[in-house]
Write a protein of this length. Structure first.
Ligand SMILES: C[S@@+](CC[C@H](N)C(=O)[O-])C[C@H]1O[C@@H](n2cnc3c(N)ncnc32)[C@H](O)[C@@H]1O
Length: 235
């Protein structure tokens, strides 16, 4: 579906996510159920493989997931060899942070940091070992479904869509030469390129992760898109 036709929905409200994570936290406490894997396990495997190839584990990395939910992607990165203290998840729902932190404890992955932070309005905290370059802190920023959720928020009183400020925030937080990897089911690859590769962000296309495609009504597409962008290194 074209993102330009998206209507505001409850998925764009904090209240919705607070309710989701309150329930998931209760289920985790009662049954050990870690909650929904957004876009499925296959997408998590593909994202981890992309990271291993393009931003391999190193002790001085700083990796941020925006809207980390139950933390599935960060746990998978830790399983794949990324040191826990190089990983930070932020989410604006306190319930998501409580759930991810409880899962981290149960998996002995307490070194992964989870912090409550509204990405659109607050600065993500820095990891202890982060070296900033020109004020930018992150070697890799991940988004799996969060830009999609933000795209479903109501416009503000001035008619401005909250999503419009997102690409520039990402670009500002990336170190020169660092990557942003986004997975979306609401935006096509071309739409993501349009949103993130602007003169203001300076981001460039890096690569895409292929998913199974379908053909319908003579047009081909895939259920979700994962696209990586890179912030050019300073010259
Ligand atoms: C579709 S869920 C995806 C969660 C997780 N990335 C995953 O793949 O399981 C979207 C997440 O974005 C979070 N979120 C939405 N708007 C946010 C914002 N402004 N700042 C931080 N997190 C936000 C929600 O609380 C929710 O956890």
């Amino acid at each position: 579906m074209s993102a330009t036709g998206l209507q505001p929905s409850k998925l764009g409200t904090k209240e919705h996510w607070d309710n989701v994570y309150d329930e998931e936290l209760q289920n985790f406490g009662e049954f050990g159920d870690e909650g929904e894997i957004w876009f499925g396990e296959d997408s998590v495997d593909k994202l981890v493989n992309w990271a291993l190839q393009n931003v391999p584990p190193k002790n001085d990395l700083s990796i941020l997931e925006v809207g980390s939910g139950n933390g599935t992607l960060l746990f998978a990165l830790a399983e794949a060899g990324y040191t826990a203290d190089t990983l930070l998840g932020i989410d604006y729902s306190e319930g998501a942070i409580a759930l991810a932190s409880s899962i981290a404890k149960s998996r002995n992955r307490e070194g992964i940091q989870f912090h409550c932070c509204d990405f659109l309005n607050e600065e993500p905290p820095l990891l202890t070992n982060t070296r900033t370059v020109d004020g930018a802190a992150w070697d890799l920023i991940l988004d799996k479904g969060t830009f999609d959720a933000i795209a479903l928020m109501q416009k503000d009183n001035h008619g401005k869509a909250p999503i419009d400020g997102y690409p520039l925030r990402v670009a500002r937080l990336l170190k020169p030469g660092a990557h942003f990897l986004i997975t979306s089911c609401n935006f096509t690859e071309a739409e993501l390129q349009d949103k993130f590769m602007t003169p203001a962000t300076g981001l460039r296309y890096h690569s895409r992760i292929p998913y199974q495609t379908y053909t319908f009504g003579g047009r081909s597409g895939s259920i979700c898109s994962s696209v990586a962008f890179v912030k050019p290194a300073a010259t």
